[in-house]
Design a protein around this ligand. Sequence first.
Ligand SMILES: [Fe+2]
Length: 223
Amino acid sequence: MHTLAVAPEISESTLAATKTRLDQTIDHIIVSLPRPDQLSSEQRRGMIARYTSVLEGNFIYWMTAAYLSVQSEEARPIIIDNLLEEVRDSHPAMLRKFAIAADAVPTKEDTLAVHEELTSARLFFGKLSGVQTLVAMAFFEGFIQKFMAYLADLAIAQGSSELEYTDVHGVCDIAHTEGLIQALSTEMTLSPLGPDANMFEGVELLEALLNRVVYGKNSAVAA
Ligand SMILES: [Fe+2]
């Protein structure tokens, strides 16, 4: 008789359902995006600036929260690979260069437009819940990868040809997302969520934040 029974079938189906929900949430945001050529130059600038305001200083910090929150030894190398690439290749510098070239460095108004939703996301990551954080970062990585072509179109429409950031993230983050889903599988087995916890809490907060990034503070468009 085997003693290491971890009910892999349950974990596999939960994992598949989780991945499906993340993909559907991402696709919903992507297909709802306004066409860049139907936006004003200021609307395009604002969207690049709010994206920069959120991603530049928070992505590595939130991936670090994922590192600190996971219990499983299998999850850590995947997160470390992710962090190494971010730090070694200076992704924040790449993003800043992208924003400067598109003349979309965040202003005070851009920063304040995302303030409320950004604060909620920060407080969520502060809880250091392994499963919830991995789900949130798998969603975030997946979204970023699919958003890159659109973000590049916004920058091009603003007259920029500096596309290193969008080129790099449109490709390599596919591996990041798959790695995080793999890590989630291990974490769910080793350190499962309580019955009352919402596995998608972080995803919902990030969705609200991204809605603010896309539509700004004054838009009546809801998620
Ligand atoms: Fe990155």
